[in-house]
Design a protein. Structure first.
Length: 178
């Protein structure tokens, strides 16, 4: 029976939501002095995902931020297996914050991120009048500024993220509901 040595890497480290993470596996097996061929690669790139069989590479675009558990299993021609598990940290692509200007007016800011908690420098601000404005109208103004078409992915996902965050801030009292 062979002994497998295996590992995998992923790039970029510190990826943001809605952008692909590329996984690359490496494995070798030896039985005594003779190499044994790796015949099967399996990937599970997030808990609950179906197992992907195929090559030593895989890719996934995560839609939610958080720590994801990725697993790779390599199997050699003798049936010996090696499983490698790693945590993959995914960050939000857009962060939405709100601040009061003078009640009932607030200013909402969206900051775009790349490669982890590093801001791209792209920030958009819009006033929000809690008496005469709606979350939908505010979101539409942001989408126009960001330059994303809300009718097609990932625009629809970004629109939903912004609306959900704004609704949470309203529900949490950060911005009172009209």
């Amino acid at each position: 029976m062979g002994v497998i040595t295996a590992d995998f890497t992923y790039t970029p480290v510190g990826q943001v939501t809605h952008e692909a993470v590329e996984f690359t596996g490496t494995a070798s097996s030896i039985d005594g002095e003779s190499p044994v061929e790796i015949v099967k690669w399996e990937w599970q790139l997030e808990a609950g995902d179906a197992i992907l069989e195929g090559a030593s590479t895989a890719s996934k675009t995560y839609t939610e931020a958080g720590v994801k558990v990725a697993r790779m299993r390599a199997t050699d021609a003798d049936g010996v297996q090696k499983v490698i598990t790693k945590n993959v940290v995914i960050y939000e692509k857009y962060k939405v914050t709100g601040e009061w200007l003078r009640k009932p007016r607030a200013r909402v800011t969206i900051t775009e991120y790349e490669a982890g908690p590093v801001a791209t420098g792209n920030t958009w601000r819009e006033p929000f009048d809690v008496v005469g404005d709606t979350v939908e109208a505010l979101t539409a103004r942001f989408m126009a500024k960001i330059g994303v078409e809300p009718e097609i992915p990932p625009g629809q996902v970004i629109l939903n993220d912004i609306q959900n965050t704004l609704n949470e801030e309203i529900a949490g009292g950060q911005i009172p509901q009209p």
